[in-house]
Every structure is written in C-alpha cells, then in structure tokens.
Design a binder for this molecule. Structure first.
Ligand SMILES: Nc1nc2c(ncn2[C@@H]2O[C@H](COP(=O)(O)OP(=O)(O)OP(=O)(O)O)[C@@H](O)[C@H]2O)c(=O)[nH]1
Ligand SMILES: [Mg+2]
Length: 372
C-alpha cells in the first residue's frame, strides 16, 4: 500500500462546489481528505480565507492525532503571497484550485500532446507569479524594486516566455500533423462526430460502446485527457463510416489560460460535423443546470457553431429517474425533444445511431444532409 497524502480541503459551503471540490481532491493520486473547512469568501488578502479560519486550521494541523497533514487544498485561485502566508502559518504545503487541477492533469497525461498542453498550462500558471515567487524565495520584501531584483524578474520571465514559445511551436507542429490528418479525412469525406461535455458525463463510456473500444472510464474527474478518434460503421447505411471523437471533459471555474492550453486539440475536434453535448441526467437539477451552462461557456469561448451542437442526456438508467425527470431537464434547459440514452443499459443507443446516420450519411432514398 502506497502512502496516502492526508489533505485538508478548504472550500465554499454550497453543495455543488463542496461536492465538486471533494471529487477533485479524490481524483488527485493517493489523496485522502481528513477534514473539510468551509468559508463563504475565499478572497481575503492575507490567506484567501479569513484569519480566524486560518488559525483554526493551524490548530487542527497541530492537534491532528497522527501529526500528519501533508497538504491543504484551497478551492479558489490564490496568489503566491497568500499561499506563502498560509504555509508559514500552518507549516503544511498549500495548493490552490488551479494547481490541484494541474496536478490531476499531470498525473493523467499519457500522450505527447497532452503532456505539452499541461506544460503550457503550467507555465501560464507560473508566469503572473514570478515576481512574488522570487520575492519570497529571496527572503527580501522588495526584491522587485529596481536594481538586481527587477533584473532577476525580467530574466525569469524571459526564460518562461522562451519556454512557452518553444512548447507552442511543438504543439503547433502536432496540430499541423492533425490538420493534415484532418484534410486526409476530409478527402475521404468521412463525417466527424465529437463527444463533448462536463467531466464524468459519460463520453468515453459511450465512445467505447459505439466503437467497441476499451478506453479507461472512471468516476474520477478528468479520466480522459487526450483526444481519440475511431471510425464507426453504419450497417443501416450500406456500412458507411463516420469518425467519432472522444475529448477531454470540461469543469466549472476553469481559468481561461487552461482552456487556451487545450485549445488546439479541442478546436480540432470541435470542427466536427456534429457535436454531441453530453449531460448526465442522473444528477440533481441544480448540478445539471450549472454543468450545462459551464459547457456552453467553454463552447462559446472556443467559438463553436451552435447549430452543430446536439444535447444528449446520458445515464438514463437509474431507478430514481423517470420520464418526469427528463421533462424537467428539457424544460429547465429549454431543450426540444432531447436525445436520451443509457450506455450502461443500452437504452436509446440504436436511436442515437439512427439519428447520426440520418443526419450525416447519404440515405438510399433521400439526399445527403451533410453540410460541408
Ligand atoms: N449508471 C451509468 N453510469 C454511467 C453511464 N455512462 C457512464 N457512466 C459512468 O460514469 C462515470 C464517468 O464515465 P466516463 O465515460 O469516464 O465519463 P467521461 O465523460 O469520459 O469523463 P472524463 O473523461 O473524466 O471527462 C463512470 O463511472 C461510468 O461508468 C450510464 O449510462 N449509466
Ligand atoms: Mg472520458
């Protein structure tokens, strides 16, 4: 048994954020939450949380029976200074929400491209923190002011910029390779369908089912970090083929630079003929609504053509969901006749395939509806 990292989580009291923060920590490798502290505001200058709460955490760390708290996760963006203050007070390593997501990403990245994207996000995380980090490391309160201090900040920033453009070049290279591949696919005229959605909405499970693949799926967040494309045959359409794309999941409060880092792969998959936006229908309405709007925010940021997006309600297999739930979702999200499926129970899959076939493949009795 490997050693577990005992984590204190500091998050907001509302259910959605608390549950999501818990799932994120649980998705960090080998992490175990030993205590959760909640705060209505995490934007206080000194520690993010109020100083009373910080003191409470310091005491908890000190009195914790095993004397073994290795990490404090604060579910918000913190400045280097706030992290430093809290680390000094509690004598425990502190990470913020962005660092936590980056850590999950790095632990999962397997392909060259996803590794590059994470390196890029990492630099973008560090860049605005250079001055503060150097200030803290040098032990001086004002190394940024003039003379050598300013010089060091500039040097470090220049180094990061150089590294950033180096990685961007490499990513550009992989992107161009993709583009070439994309053109080849265009030449073969195969329509492309992408699966997008919030993390854990069931994209890979559906992808596996449709393409008879065996990609990893799990309850952990961000199981998939790299895009996979496989072809899919339609018996009903003279064995015509389409390409199906599985993508990285979205999450709420994702900083712009992280979307930016993943842009090249996402953009490529979002140029599909049809984008299926998967929504987990088994969740409570509030979560569905928050996740649905988070997804749209990302899609808008990536300038996705709305008319190509079709919403698919997934996981329609739980005993506690009935058609009223689907009606409620449709009403709340203003969806007209949404597609409903369960990859686990096999419900709605044939209908989904038929619909894709009808939309994208030439029919024996009617003209193609393919738009490009
Ligand atoms: N009950 C039920 N669970 C499902 C269904 N589809 C997927 N799941 C479960 O939901 C969890 C997430 O599924 P994934 O397919 O990994 O979700 P994803 O959207 O690919 O997630 P990321 O790769 O993390 O973005 C897994 O535990 C699946 O077993 C379904 O139809 N019914
Ligand atoms: Mg996945």
């Amino acid at each position: 048994m490997e050693n577990l990292t005992n984590v204190i989580l500091v998050t907001y009291p509302d259910r959605f954020r608390l549950e999501e923060a818990k799932s994120l920590v649980e998705s960090l490798p080998q992490s175990k939450i030993v205590k959760i502290f909640t705060q209505r505001y995490l934007d206080r200058a000194e520690y993010g949380m109020g100083s009373g709460k910080a003191e409470e955490i310091r005491k908890f760390v000190k009195e914790f029976s095993l004397g073994e708290i290795q990490q404090i996760v604060v579910d918000e963006h913190l400045t280097t200074k706030q992290i430093y203050n809290l680390e000094r007070l509690t004598e425990v390593q502190v990470i913020d929400r962005e660092r936590m997501i980056l850590n999950i990403f790095s632990s999962r990245a397997t392909t060259t491209e996803s590794k590059l994207q994470i390196q890029l996000a990492e630099i973008k995380y560090q860049f605005p923190r250079v001055r503060e980090t150097l200030k803290i490391n040098s032990g001086s309160e004002q190394p940024g002011k003039g003379g050598m201090g300013e010089y060091v900040v500039d040097v470090k920033r220049r180094e990061l910029k150089k590294l950033m453009s180096f990685i961007q070049q490499k990513l550009e290279y992989t992107r161009r390779k993709r583009e070439l591949y994309h053109h080849q696919r265009m030449e073969t005229e195969l329509p492309v369908v992408s699966l997008v959605g919030y993390t854990s909405s069931g994209k890979t499970t559906l992808f596996n089912l449709l393409t008879k693949s065996n990609k990893a799926t799990s309850d952990f967040l961000f199981t998939t970090l790299s895009t996979t494309t496989r072809s899919l045959k339609f018996k009903a359409n003279n064995n015509a083929k389409i390409l199906l794309v599985d993508t990285v999941g979205f999450i709420s409060r994702l900083p712009h630079y992280m979307i930016d880092a993943f842009k090249s792969t996402l953009e490529e998959s979002l140029r599909a003929d049809l984008i299926l936006l998967l929504i987990d229908s088994s969740e409570v309405m509030e979560d569905i609504r928050i996740k649905y709007s988070s997804c749209w925010r990302v899609l808008q940021e990536l300038e996705v053509n709305k008319s190509r997006v079709l919403v698919v309600l997934t996981k329609y297999d739980d005993d506690n969901i009935h058609s009223e739930k689907i009606e409620e979702i449709a009403k709340n999200l203003e969806l007209f006749n949404p597609i409903v499926i369960s990859s686990k129970a096999g419900y709605g899959i044939t209908e989904l395939e038929t619909m894709i076939g009808e939309m994208l493949l030439p029919q024996s009795h009617q003209a193609s509806t393919k738009t490009r």
